[in-house]
Write a protein of this length. Structure first.
Length: 173
């Protein structure tokens, strides 16, 4: 085998290997999953020059509202993840939206990283990372910045497989 042929084979493998890895679905079981989602909001303070123009009472109300929005909330739901969902990288249903463009940044059988950009009226930019800890547990995080906002919304998800059957699980969890 000549050197030119070896280089051509190496180049073909270098191109084909990443394409093959993009074809693998996340290595988790399809079926019923319990998802625990914790949402928190980080709101940045107003600029100092703006705060300087406010009375003490106005500053106190703004700070109180900022702290109230920063409180984390947790919701537990049951979701059905089908093989089609796995094949289409739609494990986290809340992240999918018709007005959003999703780009796979990286993908393996254990981790998917997605960048999502949504248009108006809810324009935003998100980074989503989903990790298969085991075939029966996932961890995911989603960081979103909405257009015109001064903060970030973060959603942390812990999922655990419950059963192979999705019987009794409705679309709203």
């Amino acid at each position: 085998m000549n050197t030119k042929h070896v280089r051509l084979c190496a180049a073909t493998l270098a191109i084909a290997a990443p394409l093959h890895s993009h074809a693998e679905p996340l290595d988790i079981k399809p079926g019923a999953w319990e998802m625990t989602m914790t949402t928190s909001t980080e709101v940045k303070s107003l600029p100092a020059e703006t705060l300087d123009k406010l009375s003490d009472a106005q500053r106190a109300r703004i700070e109180s509202a900022r702290q109230a929005r920063a409180q984390a909330t947790t919701v537990v739901s049951k979701d059905c993840i089908t093989q089609a969902d796995l094949d289409q990288d739609s494990v986290i249903k809340a992240a999918a939206d018709a007005k959003c463009r999703r780009t796979i940044i990286s993908k393996s059988s254990s981790t998917i990283e997605i960048e999502q950009t949504c248009t108006a009226p809810q324009a935003s930019s998100s980074n989503i990372v989903i990790k298969a800890e085991t075939p029966e547990t996932i961890l995911a995080s989603m960081s979103t910045i909405k257009a015109g906002s001064r903060g970030e919304i973060r959603v942390d998800i812990k999922g655990r497989w419950i059963d192979a059957s999705c019987a009794g699980i409705t679309a709203d969890g």
